[in-house]
Structure formats: structure tokens, C-alpha cells
Design a protein around this ligand. Structure first.
Ligand SMILES: NC(=O)c1ccc[n+]([C@@H]2O[C@H](COP(=O)([O-])OP(=O)(O)OC[C@H]3O[C@@H](n4cnc5c(N)ncnc54)[C@H](O)[C@@H]3O)[C@@H](O)[C@H]2O)c1
Length: 252
């Protein structure tokens, strides 16, 4: 489904980003695998196969990000798809959270997404084709409290996706967001414990069917949505938010 496309995925060293990279490689794309952790980035690239290359960097460093975009262009000549996936999770109510955590969350989840998009869009405009896929969260639409900076960053990602869609449609560039629900990755681990396996989670979300599909998501669930958004099957969608949450936000 993605033959001849060149895809850049941030935070592709593990979790949802890795699953997206793997699935897109399977569908024939060339993959630029970006991650803060060099070993993880190289591992994902190796798993993706010969048409993948690792680019370790901190995406909050604009100069480093610009150098990587240049390197990808030098390597493959184009960037068709950017998946802005890298993100961090911070928690704490406004009574207890710290300004530094708020700023760090915004820098990674929002500002770096802006920077990556700003760097690749000129290449897309030149070819009158591009797909921007932003990994938001259901936390961008609803809140369970205790995660204000994360909520705000993801809400802004959704708003910014719509802005990009409006600005860039004229160039044949589509911008869409994915809003995952609970997905079993390292982000859902606390002190080595998988929160989705905890009795409280199991009782409320699964036992009481708060998640109608009665399981937490896995990274591959999100990868499928991302492949669709990058593919030729996604022709007339832009500014949309694909909610991939097992039905969680349809219940109340
Ligand atoms: N796991 C969930 O339940 C869930 C739910 C909704 C949305 N999301 C979103 O999905 C995305 C991926 O989450 P995940 O669960 O796979 O997380 P994860 O922590 O497993 O993976 C995130 C990856 O991003 C990389 N990264 C973090 N900061 C970076 C930086 N400054 N520069 C480069 N790379 C950086 C990390 O090294 C890591 O490999 C995030 O945007 C997250 O907010 C996750």
C-alpha cells in the first residue's frame, strides 16, 4: 500500500512509533527512523529491513532536526509522509505539578511536532504531495484529571492538525491526527508495572465495559490507522481525528 513512499517517523525506537515504522516498511515504504535513544532507533531500522535508516536525535533540537531532514532528503530525495509520534507523559494536578514539567511536555509533544512539520512541509509543497500524521491522544479531547500538561499538549496537537489541513490542502498535502486510547507500551508502565494489567484498570475499563472492545490497545492497533492515513485509500480526509480507543470515549 505504501510502495515508493518515504516516511519519517519520530519516536520510532519503541512502542507505537516502532509499530508504525514496521507496518509501513511491510507495506513497501522507505523508513527514516528517528529516536532519542540511538540503540532503539538502530534496532527498529534493522527490524524494518534494507529500506530503513536510523537517525538518532533529540527532536526538540531544531538544528539537529533540520540536519536529519536534510540527510533524509540526501538519502532518498523526498519525504512523502511525516509521522509526528514522539511524545512524553507527565502527570500531576495543577496543585502539585511543576512548571518545568509543563514546559518539557509542551516542547516534546507540541513544539517539536511543529518543528518537524515546518522542516518537511517545503519538500512536500515542492512535489504537491504530502501526508502529515500527528499522534495525539483521546486526552486531547477528554480528561481524567491529574495530567493537565499532557491534556493541553494533545489538545493543541489536534487544533494544530486542523490548522495545517486548512493551510496545506491547496498543495495536495493532507494532515490528520490519530487519537489513541490506552495502548500497552512503556508509557503505560509505572515502576515496572503495566497499568493496563492492574486490578483497578481491569475492573473499571474491562470488567465494566468502559472500553466496549474489552481490552487495552496494542501498538499495532494504531499502526493500522497510520498506514491507512498514509495510503492511497485516504484520498478525501484532512483535518480529521481518527479515534482508536476501543470505543472508550463513546461511553459515559
Ligand atoms: N501508550 C498510550 O497509551 C498512548 C495513548 C495515547 C497517545 N499516545 C501517544 O503515542 C505516542 C507514542 O507513545 P508510546 O506509548 O509509544 O510511548 P513510548 O514512551 O513507548 O515511546 C516514545 C518514544 O519517543 C521517543 N522520544 C521521546 N522524546 C523524544 C525526543 N525528544 N526526541 C526523539 N525521540 C523522543 C522515546 O525515546 C521513545 O522511544 C506519544 O505521542 C504518546 O503521547 C500513547
Amino acid at each position: 500500500m505504501l510502495t515508493d513512499l518515504v516516511v519519517l517517523v519520530t519516536g520510532a525506537g519503541r512502542g507505537i512509533g516502532r509499530a508504525i515504522a514496521l507496518e509501513m516498511a511491510r507495506e513497501g515504504a522507505s523508513l527514516a527512523v528517528l529516536d532519542l535513544q540511538p540503540d532503539r532507533a538502530h534496532e527498529t531500522a534493522a527490524l524494518c529491513g534494507a529500506r530503513a535508516r536510523a537517525f538518532p536525535l533529540d527532536i526538540t533540537d531544531y538544528a539537529a532536526f533540520a540536519a536529519v531532514v536534510d540527510a533524509v532528503i540526501a538519502w532518498r530525495g523526498q519525504i512523502d509522509v511525516i509521522v509526528n509520534n514522539a511524545g512524553i507523559f507527565t502527570s500531576g494536578t495543577i496543585l502539585e505539578d511543576r512548571l518545568d514539567d509543563w514546559r518539557r511536555t509542551m516542547r516534546v509533544n507540541l513544539e517539536a511536532l511543529y518543528m518537524g512539520t515546518k522542516l518537511v512541509v517545503p519538500h512536500m509543497v515542492a512535489r504537491r504531495f504530502g501526508r502529515i500524521i500527528n499522534i495525539a491522544s483521546i486526552a486531547g479531547c477528554v480528561s481524567r484529571g491529574n495530567v493537565g500538561s499532557y491534556n493541553a499538549s494533545k489538545g493543541a496537537v489536534i487544533a494544530y492538525t486542523k490548522s495545517l489541513a486548512v493551510e496545506l490542502g491547496q498543495y495536495g498535502i493532507q494532515a490528520n491526527a490519530i487519537a489513541p486510547g490506552f495502548v500497552r507500551t512503556a508509557m503505560m508502565m509505572s515502576d515496572g508495572v503495566d497499568l493496563t494489567a492492574e486490578p483497578e484498570f481491569q475492573d473499571w475499563y474491562i470488567g465494566r465495559s468502559k472500553i466496549p472492545l474489552r481490552r487495552a490497545g496494542v501498538p499495532e492497533d494504531i499502526a493500522g490507522a497510520a498506514v491507512f492515513l498514509a495510503s492511497a485509500y485516504c484520498r478525501y480526509m484532512t483535518g480529521a481525528v481518527l479515534v482508536v480507543d476501543g470505543g472508550l470515549t463513546s461511553t459515559f
